[in-house]
Write a protein that binds this ligand. Structure first.
Ligand SMILES: [Zn+2]
Length: 314
């Protein structure tokens, strides 16, 4: 399944990332598009419908835009995407750039972007966050430098030369069902009436299946079986990869063992429809893997199409 934020159709050309002449040619040609970021926030136009400000190499030269770090994302539909990171430049310079738009939190605007643009900015956020958190070597403390068009970091100390590659944090997200019922929960910080699937990070030494079993049991007291993989979604806040599963409940009694959730409960399909109508239930955005998991389970019966039901009661 092609989930939102996955870079479908992007050719990353990872084999050319260490080829400076090849990269220079890609950057300086008329098909290059440069995303500007400041502290992992992309530069977005000030129009009503948000869109990333994408500069050509000519425009970068014209406004003599400097940048502290440049990275290559890949080629999508004939355009070469690069990131120019201005985070380390002085304030007055950054103010000058903001005449082109505003640096905005990607999470706040992602739902309004096209799938292609959202996936490029998700990739941008994850990569620039990782770069910003590894300016010094974790082994010897020396300064590091970026290599391979922003995809590798090496320690500058000749005695160390440690290498680092972008880190991803796997997290499982699971829709637990028992016949006509599914298990949903809410966290205190979420908008009122919002419920979602159970999720948590995979721990060292653990398989994905064991992480599903452990997280569901810790947060709800339910044991699960028949764990089936659904799909995945990058979630760059800051570096998660959400791995979606369906699972069947073995027992029904809810007895949370930790305090991570404010409320856990079973919903039948009928209760979901009634609660949506009474406005006492809302789901995460339809672009999220949690919604996709709920939707797939819900639509398996004759109760109707979940998206159509939500639209009807909006
Ligand atoms: Zn080092």
């Amino acid at each position: 399944m092609d989930n939102f934020l996955t870079s479908i159709g992007l050719n990353r050309f990872s084999e050319f990332r260490n080829n400076e002449n090849w990269l220079k040619e890609k950057l300086e040609c008329s098909q290059s598009k440069i995303i500007i970021t400041n502290n992992f926030n992309p530069l977005i136009n000030d129009d009503e419908i948000p869109k990333a400000v994408l500069l050509s190499f000519e425009e970068i030269k014209k406004i003599s835009l400097e940048f502290s770090r440049m990275s290559f994302l890949g080629e999508l539909k004939g355009e070469n995407y690069f990131i120019a990171d201005v985070s380390d430049l002085n304030k007055s310079y950054i103010e000058k750039i903001t005449s082109l738009g505003s640096f905005m939190d990607f999470r706040r605007i992602m739902n309004s972007l096209s799938p292609d643009e959202a996936s490029l900015l998700a990739y941008t956020r994850a990569l620039t966050y990782w770069q910003s958190r590894n300016k010094f070597c974790g082994k010897c403390g020396s300064r590091t430098k970026l290599m391979d068009a922003g995809h590798k970091i090496i320690c500058t100390s000749d005695d160390c030369r440690s290498e680092l590659f972008p880190k991803i944090d796997p997290a499982v997200i699971v829709l637990v069902s028992a016949g006509e019922k599914c298990l949903l929960a809410r966290q205190k910080k979420w908008p009122e009436w919002q419920y979602s699937t159970i999720a948590g990070f995979v721990e060292p030494g653990e398989s994905l299946e064991l992480a599903v079993k452990r997280e569901v049991n810790e947060e709800t007291g339910i044991d699960v079986e028949e764990i089936i993989y659904h799909s995945s979604q990058p979630w760059p806040f800051p570096a998660a990869l959400m791995l979606g599963f369906h699972a069947k409940a073995v027992n029904l009694e809810i007895q949370p063992r930790d305090n991570e959730l404010e409320h856990v409960r079973w919903f039948t399909r009928k209760e979901i429809i009634e609660s949506l109508e009474n406005k006492t239930l809302r789901f995460p955005p339809s672009i999220s893997i949690s919604f996709k998991l709920i939707e797939q389970w819900f639509n398996q019966s004759e109760s109707g199409n979940l998206k159509a039901i939500i639209d009807k009661f909006l």
